[in-house]
Design a protein around this ligand. Structure first.
Ligand SMILES: *[C@@H]1O[C@H](CO)[C@@H](O)[C@H](O)[C@H]1NC(C)=O
Length: 207
């Protein structure tokens, strides 16, 4: 009589734990809802800790900036929780070029330096401001936005997202870093062919 009840109770308690979180199993496939869950029995505190944002990103590149993500693919602990984080390092003159995150709104907090950040609404109204240490700005989901180091020192910011996999599409890379034919870019953007060829050269595009 009691044993079946105990069994049912223990089942209820163990299955309620499963709803607390869903640490992603990166060996499985990633669907629209994220990764499947690792079994709780194999988890440790380290599944909920990520050290990858502790060190400065390498800014020796074209944009003089580094984005270090802690999305579900890097930090499976955020899988299923609707949040994630990334680190932005911007050397002097560094820029995170115009881009969108199709899957998430973004909240930026400046930790060091001065960052000019902005976004453009779908009504084509422009919102941008120079932000100092401790200031935050929100970028609504899906809108084109950017960050520029507008100061004279290295800048550091963290950005949080309303999704464990916010997605990222950089406008210039979408246009000039692939094999979209120059004449189609010219027809669809009204840019000069010379400018398109130049940017394809810089960003490694063809066509
Ligand atoms: C940073 O990246 C550049 C270009 O890829 C590379 O040459 C350099 O060794 C890297 N620096 C460090 C500290 O990893």
């Amino acid at each position: 009589m009691f044993l079946p009840i105990l069994f049912v109770l223990s089942f209820l308690f163990s299955s309620s734990n499963a709803a607390d979180f869903c640490v992603g199993d990166l060996n499985g496939p990633q669907g629209p809802a994220g990764y499947s869950c690792k079994k709780e029995a194999v988890l440790t505190v380290n599944d909920f800790v990520y050290s990858g944002l502790a060190s400065t990103g390498n800014t020796s590149n074209l944009i003089k900036a580094a984005v270090t993500p802690a999305f579900d693919a890097q930090f499976p602990g955020v899988n299923g929780l609707g949040i994630s984080l990334a680190r932005l390092d911007l050397a002097v003159g560094g820029v995170i070029p115009m881009h969108t995150h199709p899957g998430a709104s973004e909240l930026l907090v400046v930790i060091q330096g001065t960052i000019c950040a902005g976004f453009i609404s779908s009504a084509n109204k422009v919102y941008f401001k120079s932000l100092n240490k401790g200031e935050i700005m929100v970028f609504p989901r899906g809108l084109l936005h950017f960050q520029i180091n507008s100061g004279k020192t290295q800048a550091l910011a963290f950005v949080s997202f309303s999704s464990p996999s916010p997605g990222l599409q950089i406008l210039d890379f979408a246009l000039f870093a692939d094999d979209l034919p120059t004449d189609i870019i010219q027809e669809t953007t009204f840019l000069d062919v010379a400018q398109i060829k130049k940017l394809k050269g810089v960003l490694g595009g063809t066509g």
